[in-house]
Design a protein around this ligand. Structure first.
Ligand SMILES: Cc1cc2nc3c(=O)[nH]c(=O)nc-3n(C[C@H](O)[C@H](O)[C@H](O)COP(=O)(O)OP(=O)(O)OC[C@H]3O[C@@H](n4cnc5c(N)ncnc54)[C@H](O)[C@@H]3O)c2cc1C
Length: 369
């Protein structure tokens, strides 16, 4: 095979993470390819989420989630401003049902501050009412740096940048097999074989399957669906920003919350329910009344006739349903093939963290080329 036919870097998976990596790596190297199974970039989890720029409050200290989220927030705000990606620093309230939950809010504040999150403040009813007249909580944690971003526009901006740097994005290109021979990774797609010096596995829900193609079977992804409801257009101002309950004690989600989107919608959700198929977005949807009841605990005057079901997304969780511990992302070289880098279990806050993850992965690439 002539050397010119060998890509420097092939990224498997054109979600926000893979596309951010393509944009970053292509600043330093030519012959960078992004292979995406679906007809467009970002059609997977990257555009089926809450679109929240998380501040970094929830994650265990010194975890990859905490590090990349806190480092990624200013990078993302700056990127969005520079590249015309719709976004807004809305701030966020994490609300308690009663004063007796104040210690839980304090714990969250301390955890966030330990992670380097700035500006966190426990606030009382007057502050809450000024921001959100329909929220009944007596006390809350206020996070001023949390915000929202248009995820689809973000993926598009990253793709434009990658293209301007000379990277190639191939959609409708699913990787179906892989091996490493004489230090080169050979990837099989439905149409052809691609050789690469470095491969990045950013395949989202399927990153465990792609890792197995290289013989790395350490991690299994358990798909965990998050479903949304939303307010009807006439009722979208019922909540003005981001209002979350305290996080679920199981660790399976942040709790059904109100999220304003950059497009003006007001979402309620996501819930968290394990499923067996990684592409099962719609079977056995949760009833509307379940979302309504959760949301009404924060906003007692909400009317069920103002709410309808909305879209769903699927989390690539690394623990099964009965395990309730914190679980971090896996970003690691393949133990057998140093030129292959896996990103597995990149659930929330992966959208917020995409630029920080890309920076670290580009550093790993530079040690290999
Ligand atoms: C309900 C929900 C709410 C969330 N809310 C937030 C939030 O508010 N803020 C936040 O920061 N994060 C949030 N997240 C997390 C965030 O959406 C993800 O961390 C992020 O989108 C992961 O991006 P990705 O590129 O790794 O994955 P994906 O977007 O899934 O991209 C992976 C891509 O790989 C492709 N692919 C898979 N297999 C192959 C193959 N064999 N060959 C070629 N291509 C392949 C897929 O088609 C897909 O496009 C949320 C997630 C969910 C599910």
């Amino acid at each position: 095979m002539p050397l010119s036919d060998i890509a420097n870097v092939v990224i498997i998976g054109g979600g926000v993470v893979g596309t951010a990596i393509a944009a970053e790596v292509s600043r330093f190297y030519d012959d960078v390819f992004l292979l995406e199974a679906l007809p467009r970039l970002g059609l997977g989890t990257s555009t089926r989420n809450s679109g929240v720029i998380h501040a970094g409050i929830y994650y265990q200290k010194d975890s990859l989630k905490a590090f990349h989220c806190v480092r990624g927030v200013p990078m993302l705000y700056e990127f969005c401003a520079a590249h015309g990606v719709p976004h807004e620093r809305t701030g966020k309230l994490i609300v308690a049902d009663s004063e007796s939950q104040l210690p839980l809010l304090e714990d969250l504040r301390q955890r966030g501050e330990g992670n380097g999150v700035e500006g966190l403040e426990v606030v009382e009813q007057r502050f809450i009412r000024t921001k959100e007249p329909n929220i009944g909580s007596p006390v809350a944690l206020w996070s001023p740096n949390t915000g929202i971003v248009d995820a689809e526009a973000l993926v598009k901006a990253l793709a434009r940048l990658a293209q301007a740097n000379g990277a190639y994005s191939l959609t409708n290109t699913r990787v179906i097999g892989a091996e490493v021979k004489d230090g080169l990774a050979l990837l099989r797609t439905e149409r052809e074989e691609v050789a690469a010096r470095v491969v990045i596995n950013a395949a989202g829900l399927y990153a465990d399957d792609v890792a197995r193609m290289f013989g790395y079977s350490e991690h299994t992804i358990y798909p965990c669906r998050g479903e949304y409801a939303e307010l009807l257009p006439h009722a979208r101002n019922f909540v003005k920003g981001l209002v979350y309950p305290l996080p679920m004690p199981t660790g399976h989600g942040l709790g059904v919350h109100f999220t304003k989107t950059t497009g003006g919608a007001l979402l309620i959700g996501p819930n968290a329910g394990y499923i067996t198929q990684k592409d099962d977005y719609e079977n056995n949807r949760t009833e509307l009344s379940v979302f309504y009841e959760s949301a009404r605990q924060m906003a007692p005057s909400l009317k069920i006739e103002d709410v309808r079901l909305s879209y769903t997304g699927i989390r690539p969780r690394l623990v099964p349903e009965h395990v309730h511990s914190f679980v971090d992302w896996v970003i690691t070289p393949d133990p057998q093939w140093a030129s292959v880098i896996h990103l597995i279990g990149i659930e929330s806050p992966g959208l917020t963290s995409c630029l920080s993850i890309a920076k670290s992965v580009a550093e790993m690439v530079s040690q290999r080329l």
